[in-house]
Write a protein that binds this ligand. Structure first.
Ligand SMILES: [Zn+2]
Ligand SMILES: [Zn+2]
Length: 389
């Protein structure tokens, strides 16, 4: 594989370019601040604009906004203020369970394994799907600095089964890891995974000739076999360098298989989007919802929900089961690393919901998923079904 012509030279040149251009983004890779935008009174600009040819979240300058009409864009001054006002939490050496390799290779039931941060291995109806795969040492454009992994991935790349599909929520470094993606493709040269990305990100993959990449706008879908992948709106922002803020979209992904309706939220602040997603996709069996990287609130809340808001999202979605994502792996913000699961448990109790319906899994834990009754995967909210050809 080392001598594969795929990706090598182009990748090296991109590394050099990004060292020059990405320093500021490294500083700002977490946290967000709202900037000017065109507020929408009811938070449903997307729906109201359906009759227009250009969706409301597409801006004239080529950037994207959230469904409330607002872009998230922080100033360097606020970033410095946020990082000066609190002490970074201590690292926590969470135990990492060893997944059962035999069942990972040949699952006897539908199952999901938490590899760490926002990376899950979802194995359902014969498909192996990775969410926001990140298996390297840092969530950063640099190999020598930037947020360092505190807890190792529960599986190595080599321990993964053949991956059929990868979903990417957005281009931040803790969700879209270049080296991981290269490795995934290179270790499956004959049948590389299908990579689903939000609108505007395909060109990044095309630069390095990644095969099988599909980019989808919100409410667009692609069906592979019996499984439909739908890009849905969440409230966040994007950037990898200093000149590309919000030039590619961010998205949650609904994955409808014959026996599971799954949602991976990715990164999001609390928003009206989740009620809409729940209306469009009733009966979500399992939702992966972020519960970490939320303090300080004045700086983070537009882009990252806290556990209380995550429970509200769980209720807005009408999901049957929830699992926490985006915690316990990197230190990105200022809450203690152990705080998100405790607050999640308390928030479920406060909402008079059984805490075992929305849980924070242990690193490496595998959760067996019940096979549910099949239901029609079509949703009237899907505006454009792409061809898989
Ligand atoms: Zn992000
Ligand atoms: Zn993130």
């Amino acid at each position: 594989m080392a001598d594969s012509p795929l990706l090598g030279p182009v990748k090296r040149s991109r590394v050099q370019i990004r060292i020059i251009t990405h320093l500021i983004v490294l500083l700002g890779a977490v946290g967000c601040m709202r900037s000017q935008g065109l507020p929408d009174t009811d938070g449903h600009a997307e729906i109201d604009s359906a009759a227009n040819s250009i969706p409301a979240h597409h801006q004239a300058d080529g950037t994207f906004t959230n469904t409330n009409g607002q872009a998230i864009n922080k100033s360097l001054g606020d970033l410095i203020k946020a990082f000066n006002e609190q002490k970074k939490p201590d690292p926590v050496d969470f135990p990492v369970l060893t997944p059962n390799q035999i069942l990972i290779e040949n699952p006897t039931a539908n199952q999901i394994t938490w590899i760490g941060h926002s990376t899950f291995l979802l194995q359902v109806d014969g498909l192996n799907i990775l969410t926001d795969p990140h298996f390297t040492e840092r969530a950063s454009p640099f190999s020598f600095m930037g947020p360092k992994r505190i807890v190792p991935p529960a599986l190595t790349l080599e321990q993964l089964p053949n991956i059929d599909a990868v979903i990417i929520s957005h281009n931040h470094y803790d969700h879209m890891d270049e080296d991981t993606l290269y490795s995934l493709v290179q270790q499956q040269p004959d049948n590389p995974p299908h990579i689903f990305v939000p609108l505007g990100l395909k060109s990044w993959f095309d630069e390095d000739d990644f095969p099988n990449v599909t980019e989808l706008d919100w409410w667009q879908a692609l069906t592979l076999g019996e499984t439909t992948f739908v890009s849905v709106p969440v409230q966040h922002w994007s950037a990898r360098g200093i000149f590309d803020r919000n030039k590619s979209l961010w998205a949650g992904w609904v994955i409808d298989t014959p026996h599971l309706r799954f949602l991976s939220v990715g990164d999001s602040g609390y928003s009206a989007d989740f009620k809409k997603i729940g209306e469009c996709f009733p009966g979500i069996d399992l939702a992966a919802i972020p519960i970490g990287a939320y303090n300080p609130r004045w700086f983070m809340q537009d882009a990252h929900m806290n556990p209380d808001e995550a429970v509200q999202v769980f209720q807005d979605l009408g999901a049957e089961q929830g699992i926490g994502m985006h915690w316990g792996t990197f230190i990105l913000t200022f809450e203690e690393m152990t705080e998100p699961p405790k607050r999640l448990h308390q928030a479920m109790a406060n909402a008079q919901l059984s805490p075992d319906r929305f849980v924070a899994m242990q690193h490496g834990e595998t959760k067996i998923l019940e096979a549910n009754q099949p239901y029609p995967s079509e949703s009237t909210c899907i505006q454009n079904e792409k061809s898989s050809g």
